[in-house]
Design a protein around this ligand. Structure first.
Ligand SMILES: Nc1ncnc2c1ncn2[C@@H]1O[C@H](COP(=O)(O)OP(=O)(O)O)[C@@H](O)[C@H]1O
Ligand SMILES: [Mg+2]
Length: 242
């Protein structure tokens, strides 16, 4: 089936694991992000599809970018163009993933030898070098200048924004019955300003039911827990009220 962006004659500039980027019109200042149903895990070793994920993630991201904007957080988001397409500003991305954690889960639980779900005394912030070939290795601030990954002061600002976002998202999900366990953000630069980019979805966040601690995110796919589509739908329903 032809993708809506292709029907509209958009020029593809990049295809990633979850999204495709297209040019919007002739000018390169804006991009159309097309959300796919494709799902990968464990650095691409596990592949599958999650029905309607593209539609859910586009809507969830759009709503969360709007919520963040209302709280003073600037992002690449311009508007939701269609069910699976989002119009964004074309940024110069930092090849860095910013991970913020409130509870132990996944690699942090393993690394520190504690069970999952332990509340951290204060948030943990981690930087990873975005590289599929290398499996996104963890880095720290001294790598930035050493490997020309971005201006340290800009990355420091992105890190600060990533932590400010924590309070907003934690509070929002808490009011809607979910614990924000951890999340991954990406940032880029536009006209010298650091802006939040990419997506904020159950692919990039861990969310647990506050009462049952049931997982409501991509871990259901990673760990073959079933009820994957239902989990995305639940987050979609919550964020569609924004
Ligand atoms: N506003 C933006 N401008 C330029 N690139 C972006 C923007 N937002 C996200 N990206 C990049 O677009 C890609 C999105 O597609 P995705 O499927 O998530 O790719 P990947 O498999 O590389 O994570 C990512 O590489 C991300 O860094
Ligand atoms: Mg990605």
């Amino acid at each position: 089936m032809k993708k809506i962006s292709e029907e509209k004659g958009r020029k593809k500039v990049y295809e990633g694991k979850a999204k495709i980027l297209y040019l919007y019109g002739g000018d390169e200042s804006k991009l159309v992000t097309y959300f796919k149903d494709d799902a990968t895990a464990f650095n691409g070793q596990k592949k599958g599809t999650i029905e309607q994920k593209g539609e859910f993630n586009n809507a969830i991201s759009s709503s969360l970018f709007k919520l963040l904007k209302s709280k003073g957080i600037k992002s690449h988001f311009i508007e939701k163009l269609s069910e699976r397409e989002m119009l964004v500003h074309h940024l110069k991305m930092f090849p860095v993933e910013f991970v913020v954690r409130n509870y132990t889960a996944g690699s942090l639980a393993k690394k520190m030898g504690v069970e999952e779900g332990v509340k951290l005394l204060s948030p943990v912030v981690e930087l990873y070098y975005k590289s599929d070939e290398l499996g996104d290795p963890m880095i720290n601030e001294t790598y930035l200048k050493a490997f020309d990954l971005g201006e340290p002061k800009d990355v420091e600002e992105a890190k600060k924004i990533a932590v400010n976002i924590n309070e907003i998202l934690k509070d929002f999900f808490d009011k809607n019955g979910l614990l924000l366990v951890d999340y991954k953000l990406e940032f880029g630069i536009l006209n010298g300003n650091v802006l939040l980019a990419d997506e904020i979805t159950p692919d990039t966040m861990r969310l647990w039911d506050k009462v049952t601690l049931e997982k409501v995110d991509k871990d259901r796919f990673r760990r073959d827990l079933g009820g994957v589509e239902e989990a995305y739908k639940r987050v979609y329903d919550i964020t569609s009220k924004i």
